[in-house]
Design a protein around this ligand. Structure first.
Ligand SMILES: [Zn+2]
Length: 412
């Protein structure tokens, strides 16, 4: 069995190292402090007996667990990221351990009256009786995604110590800067050399994801003409009103706060303006590629219409694709999802297969030639002070990794 205290100790040794990434930095890793944990992880991979451990100039870590069978088995990989979100501080993380959780409110910080309550965070009810690791209310925890790192490390160690479990070649990849969308950017898929991989970066036990949004950003610029308001008749063009017209012409209910599951949206997340010039910042999201294109076309058409209405080019729009739904790359190799699903079923874990309303490193990696679904790592309430992870969920994720390795090596 996987030792509970061992996994707790390992997890705490990771989350107490601050690895917050920074979107405003141009370097990789984006913050110098990510090296502190990266170097430690590379050393630990060697110490547990992994082969070919490498850490490159951008802090991408790779390692190999050699096959222990004679027959040909596909090479599979497990990937997670060691940076934490720029949204909330990760300095001085002081994890608290709640044993045999009683289902009541958890006081994270008495002095500041910060409470983690199942009345608000209903998922807590799932974990009554289990061991929870929480924050002290002043930082995030970093279970996203140090839980994933901890599970992969522990699974590799377990397989090394239990050679009776037969498996093929397994690759491990730990990346920086996932939280700022760059985790996959400098990932050397060829060097990694896996036929497929899984990111261990989901939340609740059982989560298994191979669909995510198609994503684009749109920047709309409206140019006006500022004239003294007392003498403006027939001369002033107020860019604020035209921008408002643009905003109101998009479907009001197709926004993040009115959609879920497979429904796409336009999200206006920034407005900056005065009479002379207004800029609107949007993101566009849709799982369906056709609908995604239609959304982009709708914005382009609206721009044209407003320009012809005002008889000059007062609006311009710049749309940039960000990432695409990995489903297109995973569907042709659907057995990689089936194996993960089967592994969960054999461990009495109910698979929760649902579309991601966002992106993952796996979606980028899938388009780089490494099909890469996402599996639960166990944490909840990512990117903030209410983040927590049940230790039992980390153990289950570790078992899923070992079981996937075992099932992939079955002869049939
Ligand atoms: Zn993550």
């Amino acid at each position: 069995m996987i030792d509970k205290q061992h996994i707790i100790n390992r997890f705490i040794s990771y989350v107490t190292v601050d690895t917050q990434s920074n979107p405003d930095s141009g370097t990789t890793p984006s913050t110098e402090k990510q090296w502190h944990l990266a170097n430690k992880l590379a050393e630990e991979l060697k110490a547990i007996g992994m082969q070919d451990v490498s850490i490159d100039e951008n802090a991408y870590i790779m390692a190999t667990l050699p096959s222990n069978v004679m027959h040909d088995v596909p090479t599979i990989g497990f990937i997670s990221h060691f940076d934490t979100s720029p949204d909330f501080t990760a300095t001085n993380v002081k994890p608290q351990i709640i044993e045999k959780y009683n289902g009541q409110d958890i006081v994270l910080n008495a002095a500041e009256n910060i409470i983690l309550s199942p009345d608000y965070f209903e998922d807590l009810h799932l974990y009554k009786g289990q061991t929870l690791i929480t924050t002290d209310g002043t930082t995030l925890l970093g279970a996203d995604d140090k839980a994933g790192i901890c599970e992969i490390m522990t699974a590799m160690e377990y397989l090394i110590h239990h050679p009776k479990i037969k498996h093929g070649t397994i690759k491990v990849g730990f990346t920086p800067d996932e939280e700022i969308g760059r985790g996959a950017h400098k990932f050397d898929v060829k060097k990694f050399g896996a036929d497929w991989a899984y990111t261990m970066d989901g939340s609740q036990v059982g989560e298994l994801e191979y669909e995510n949004f198609n994503a684009a950003s749109a920047k709309v610029r409206v140019k006006g003409k500022s004239v003294h308001p007392g003498y403006a008749k027939g001369k002033m063009v107020n860019s604020l009103y035209i921008a408002t017209e643009f905003i109101n012409s998009l479907p009001r209910m197709e926004t993040p706060e009115h959609t879920d599951e497979y429904q796409g949206f336009f999200h206006l997340h920034g407005v900056k303006g005065d009479v002379e010039e207004t800029e609107l910042q949007y993101i566009i999201r849709d799982h369906n590629l056709g609908h995604f294109k239609a959304r982009k076309d709708m914005m382009l058409k609206l721009t044209d219409e407003l320009n012809s209405q005002y008889e000059e080019d007062i609006i311009s729009i710049e749309i940039k694709d960000q990432y695409f739904n990995m489903r297109e790359k995973v569907e042709p190799v659907m057995h990689i999802v089936d194996i993960a699903e089967e592994a969960m079923k054999q461990l009495d874990i109910k698979p929760l297969i649902k579309p991601i309303r966002g992106g993952t490193d796996g979606s980028q990696l899938s388009y780089m030639g490494l099909p890469c679904p996402n599996i639960f790592a166990g944490g909840h309430n990512f990117h903030g002070r209410y983040e927590y992870v049940p230790v039992e969920s980390m153990i289950k994720a570790t078992q899923v990794i070992c079981k996937i390795a075992e099932l992939t090596a079955l002869e049939n």
